[in-house]
Write a protein that binds this ligand. Structure first.
Ligand SMILES: [Zn+2]
Length: 65
């Protein structure tokens, strides 16, 4: 309600279809396994592509012409 008042934006209204958004959980990090479980249950999980570790060598990450 405070966010709606400040930003004049209702977070519980879907911007695509104007339907009511239902909050299913409040998750605080680190709970990646819980997020994955919820998204898998809803058929929304998409495995991330592998990426270089932080501070890693990025020279082979991108293909250059
Ligand atoms: Zn929607």
């Amino acid at each position: 309600m405070l966010i709606q008042r400040v930003y004049e934006f209702d977070m519980l209204i879907c911007p695509r279809c104007s339907g009511q958004i239902k909050i299913v959980a409040f998750i605080e990090p680190p709970q990646g396994d819980v997020i994955e479980k919820i998204l898998r249950h809803g058929g929304l999980w998409c495995a991330a592509a592998p990426r270089a570790p932080p501070g890693g060598d990025l020279r082979n990450t991108f293909v250059t012409p």
